[in-house]
Design a protein around this ligand. Structure first.
Ligand SMILES: *[C@@H]1O[C@H](CO)[C@@H](O)[C@H](O)[C@H]1NC(C)=O
Ligand SMILES: *[C@@H]1O[C@H](CO)[C@@H](O)[C@H](O)[C@H]1NC(C)=O
Ligand SMILES: *[C@@H]1O[C@H](CO)[C@@H](O)[C@H](O)[C@H]1NC(C)=O
Ligand SMILES: *[C@@H]1O[C@H](CO)[C@@H](O)[C@H](O)[C@H]1NC(C)=O
Ligand SMILES: *[C@@H]1O[C@H](CO)[C@@H](O)[C@H](O)[C@H]1NC(C)=O
Ligand SMILES: *[C@@H]1O[C@H](CO)[C@@H](O)[C@H](O)[C@H]1NC(C)=O
Ligand SMILES: *[C@@H]1O[C@H](CO)[C@@H](O)[C@H](O)[C@H]1NC(C)=O
Ligand SMILES: *[C@@H]1O[C@H](CO)[C@@H](O)[C@H](O)[C@H]1NC(C)=O
Length: 391
């Protein structure tokens, strides 16, 4: 009898650990609906001071700057067909998208891209920040960010003073800065090949994933050929278990940063700017670009735009997930806070506290309630089976 009880306990324990998924899908941005759920900035670059005007949705669509291509992938590009003559103030058209959803701790993000913008003056980024307060009071996490002729991605966190990358972080990337409140943020450089630039594109792109939990932030990169099977074969309704993905490229344990203090809900941002406060700094520009006058603006933004043929994102999907423990809690406790309204720019209503969007976005994707109930039942059986064995 005792053996039987132990077997039951073992089987239920196994189920509890292996059947109950770690992250449930929240939202997929892909294909014809990719551009739903984002606001277009519709303003000049007034945060990183690149020489671009981020178009609104109507202009972006009519000028072919955002569209879904014949492969079903979303393309988000810099204008590469307009001739711009030298003038005191010039801006090339580009795009900045901000997600309408905001995501609290307990979230996982996966982006599968075929192409990331690159080239001299080009500064693409896929990142998130808290919109409930003035930057960087509500934090920023950069998932993809690099410039000019760089060949490796950089992950970074930006916070107010008091958040650091712990010195014992287990990661495959190389730490470039540990103090997250410095202007450049706490940075980890990707060490695997083909994470950015021509190499990324020639390898067929790849996948970036980032987990944001109270216990820490971890991010992974895989070139196309190395994408883990569970991600490569996933559909929009698949659950995810990052514990099988191996050592992350970048890791920020909570031992040196209180994520609950520094990271309220974050909104995703996808953009490409040109020159500006990083790519356009003369010494930085010259370190990876060798152009006729060594001027980021003169040698790139002026002219017919043909040098921006590679300044485009081509994205298969962006998927977001919620920790299954939180998904069950979110669904049962329903709405907890007001949420930002869809808006036409980043000056959208800020969100306060855990997002309500997450719970509404969960509906119709997969029932976290079901998983929650199943896991509770398994847990109950497991506990009673264990209790029986002690008699
Ligand atoms: C959209 O295009 C119109 C017409 O060219 C222009 O007046 C407007 O400023 C553009 N919007 C942005 C955000 O640049
Ligand atoms: C480029 O942008 C910077 C920052 O907005 C601005 O100071 C500068 O005048 C711009 N240069 C041109 C040529 O538009
Ligand atoms: C971290 O950077 C901030 C901003 O530059 C600075 O005020 C602070 O002293 C730094 N902390 C440490 C421990 O270096
Ligand atoms: C665009 O400008 C570049 C550099 O000046 C030149 O090599 C190219 O032929 C031009 N392309 C067209 C279509 O005019
Ligand atoms: C503009 O960029 C696209 C890729 O986004 C490329 O196919 C096209 O040839 C480029 N056009 C010019 C004139 O360089
Ligand atoms: C999911 O959330 C639970 C409850 O906060 C936590 O114990 C668990 O570690 C989280 N999962 C991951 C992968 O961090
Ligand atoms: C950028 O400009 C927009 C439109 O004028 C404004 O609403 C927003 O507050 C500005 N952002 C910053 C960071 O200055
Ligand atoms: C929160 O989301 C639920 C589910 O979509 C919705 O019924 C409710 O009105 C939302 N609450 C607020 C305050 O937006």
């Amino acid at each position: 009898m005792k053996n039987f009880q132990w077997s039951v306990a073992y089987v239920l324990g196994y189920l509890l650990c292996h059947v109950v998924a770690v992250y449930n899908p929240v939202r997929e941005h892909s294909g014809q609906t990719f551009f739903d759920g984002w606001s277009y900035y519709g303003n000049v670059d007034n945060t990183t001071w690149g020489n671009v005007t981020f178009q609104d949705q109507a202009n972006a669509t009519s000028r072919g700057l955002t569209f879904v291509n014949s492969a079903g992938n979303a393309v988000i590009k810099v204008d590469n067909t307009t001739t711009i003559s030298p003038a005191p103030i010039v801006n090339r058209d580009s795009i900045r998208l901000t997600s309408l959803d905001s995501y609290g701790l307990g979230s996982l993000f996966i982006i599968d891209a075929v192409h990331i913008p690159y080239g001299c003056s080009v500064w693409p980024s896929f990142w998130m920040y808290g919109m409930e307060d003035t930057w960087p009071l509500a934090g920023e996490i950069d998932i993809i960010e690099a410039i000019n002729g760089m060949t490796n991605n950089q992950v970074a966190l930006h916070t107010t003073p008091g958040c650091f990358q712990a010195t014992n972080a287990l990661q495959t990337g190389h730490t470039l800065e540990t103090n997250c409140s410095k202007a450049q943020g706490c940075i980890v450089g990707e060490s695997k090949p083909n994470s950015f630039g021509p190499g990324f594109a020639q390898a067929g792109g790849g996948v970036y994933a980032l987990v944001m939990e109270p216990t820490g932030v971890s991010s992974w990169f895989w070139s196309r050929a190395d994408i883990p099977d569970d991600i490569a074969s996933a559909t929009s309704s698949s659950t995810m278990d990052p514990s099988s993905w191996g050592t992350p490229s970048a890791s920020y344990p909570s031992s040196a940063c209180d994520f609950e203090q520094f990271f309220p809900p974050q909104n995703l941002v996808l953009l490409t700017t040109l020159c500006g406060h990083w790519a356009g700094v003369p010494s930085i520009y010259r370190s990876t670009c060798n152009t006729p006058t060594n001027s980021c603006i003169n040698d790139n933004i002026f002219g017919n735009g043909s040098n921006y043929a590679n300044a485009y994102w081509e994205i298969r999907y962006i998927r977001t997930y919620l920790n299954a423990s939180l998904a069950a809690a979110t669904t049962t406790s329903a709405s907890t806070s007001p949420t930002a309204d869809p808006a036409t720019s980043d000056s959208a209503q800020p969100t306060k506290g855990p997002s309500n969007r997450t719970s509404s976005a969960l509906q119709g994707v997969e029932s976290p309630m079901f998983i929650g109930i199943v896991s509770s039942i398994i847990a109950m059986l497991f506990t009673s089976a264990l209790a029986m064995t002690t008699w």
